[in-house]
Design a protein around this ligand. Structure first.
Ligand code: SAM
Length: 277
């Protein structure tokens, strides 16, 4: 067994994973990209030292980021992913034949290249013919695409680094303008144990802009504190209630998302509700 462990350290927490080999290390224009073969969890991707995914539990995050907003919408056809350069959210969107447009706006082309080379089971999301890749800052992109999308999913890094503009109120207002009537957004909204002030701020910002807002919890063991959440918001009705049944062919492919999980994810503990009060 290897004695080599990699730790993501943030806010006094550490998430440590045993690794066997370094597969890739590079500095892109935007961030440090590292990829490891772990002892027990498949591959591990870090950006600027922050865990983005492992093969072991990426399905939980990617299924929820895709399916919470898709099922909060009655009839989604046009979807935009911001960030998401590993392809995992696209892979989950690809399971939905009703989608016509799957645009992705990723700032860092090198993340896509690394995922394509080392994470084929995740980056296969890019192979869908409906996918159109835009290499740009997502905050600029939404400003220039009014009323185009039914669903916008922000699969971003944390607020430090290139993800910073994706956590501001102006970005949320521009996302609303980029939505068609009844549109839904879902954004990577951090953990209430680790970054409560960010969870609270994203919720407050969304409430100023949208009539329905929910924080959907997602259990992901390899993120520090074991959880993360999606801020889901819309003017098209209560996002906490799925608008459609999961078709059986899709349900058979999923490992995390169900209609019950959708409803349950938005039942927040008291200390989280107080963050939103
Ligand atoms: N699931 C992950 C996590 O732990 O939160 C996020 C994964 S995904 C790899 C995050 C992506 O967001 C990165 O590839 C990063 O380059 C991209 N990103 C960061 N800031 C961005 C911006 N302003 N516009 C578009 N993409 C951005």
């Amino acid at each position: 067994m290897s004695d080599f462990w990699v730790t993501e350290a943030m806010n006094g927490f550490g998430m440590t994973v045993q690794v066997e080999a370094e597969l890739c290390r590079r500095q892109s224009k935007f961030q440090k990209i590292e990829l490891y073969q772990t002892a027990k969890l498949g591959r591990l991707l870090l950006l600027d030292g922050i865990i983005q995914l492992t093969d072991f539990d990426e399905f939980a995050y990617h299924e929820m980021m895709a399916n919470l907003p898709l099922f909060a919408h009655e009839n989604p056809r046009r979807v935009l992913v911001i960030g998401g350069g590993d392809g995992g959210v696209l892979r989950e969107l690809g399971r939905h034949p009703e989608l016509e447009v799957m645009d992705i706006c990723e700032i860092d082309e090198e993340v896509i290249q690394v995922a394509r080379e080392f994470l084929p089971e995740i980056s296969c999301g890019f192979d869908d013919p409906r996918v159109k890749i835009h290499i740009a800052d997502g905050s600029e992109f939404v400003r220039n695409h009014p009323e185009e999308y039914d669903v916008i999913i922000v699969d971003s890094t944390d607020p430090g680094g290139p993800g910073a503009p994706l956590f501001g109120e102006e970005f949320y207002r521009n996302m609303k303008r980029a939505l068609r009537p009844g549109g839904v957004i879902a954004t990577q909204a951090e953990s209430p144990y680790l970054l409560p002030e960010i969870v609270a701020r994203l919720h407050a910002v969304s409430r100023r802009i949208f009539s329905s807002v929910g924080y959907g919890a997602i259990m992901v063991p390899t993120y520090p504190t074991g959880m993360i959440g999606a801020c889901v918001a819309s003017d098209g009705g209560d996002v906490r209630i799925p608008k459609r049944e999961v078709p059986p062919e899709l349900a058979a492919q999923l490992r995390y998302y169900t209609s019950d999980v959708h409803r349950a994810a938005f039942a927040n503990p008291a200390f989280v509700n107080r963050l939103f009060a």
